[in-house]
Design a protein around this ligand. Sequence first.
Ligand SMILES: C[S@@+](CC[C@H](N)C(=O)[O-])C[C@H]1O[C@@H](n2cnc3c(N)ncnc32)[C@H](O)[C@@H]1O
Length: 172
Amino acid sequence: MTGARTKPHELRARRRRGQHGCWDQLIVAPLWVAYGANLGTMLRTCDAIGSCLAVPRTAHYRDALQLGDTLRGRRPCIHWVAPTKEGWLETQREAGRRIVAVELADGATPLTRLEPARRSTVLLLGHELLGVPDEVLATVDECVEIPMVGWGASLNVAVAGSLVAYRLAGLS
Ligand SMILES: C[S@@+](CC[C@H](N)C(=O)[O-])C[C@H]1O[C@@H](n2cnc3c(N)ncnc32)[C@H](O)[C@@H]1O
């Protein structure tokens, strides 16, 4: 049985106090995601699980995140990716982070078997039509696939990214 609906201010009081700090254990990186609505959704997911968000340092991403920011200024830490995505990814690798892609690919780990991140991890999400580029996919430490039984070829990228991010954060 459930009780009365909890008020938003009561929910907030039970959670983290103060501004998000750079947790660094999980950086969600929708580097190829194009649609503003998907970027806004990922921003909210990052806030919910306490992770950081990494996006290219371009006007498109800045504007999309500003528009999709429903967190009234208390948004998660944003890592601006520059000058190139490839160069930024190399820096993450050199810093000892694991690179995990969310993609439908041969040899991918099914979501049901994915373990929470034990060390600092970058989570890559692909473009709405083109996915994660093949040359990047070939270099990642792990690829995660969400099993599907329906007719659709794939999930919405923000849904797929959020499911995997929750799991890596150890919250589902
Ligand atoms: C709509 S899908 C891209 C599909 C694209 N036509 C392709 O074949 O690569 C956009 C992104 O959502 C994510 N995605 C969607 N469904 C997924 C699933 N079932 N498992 C893992 N990733 C998924 C991946 O990051 C993918 O790059």
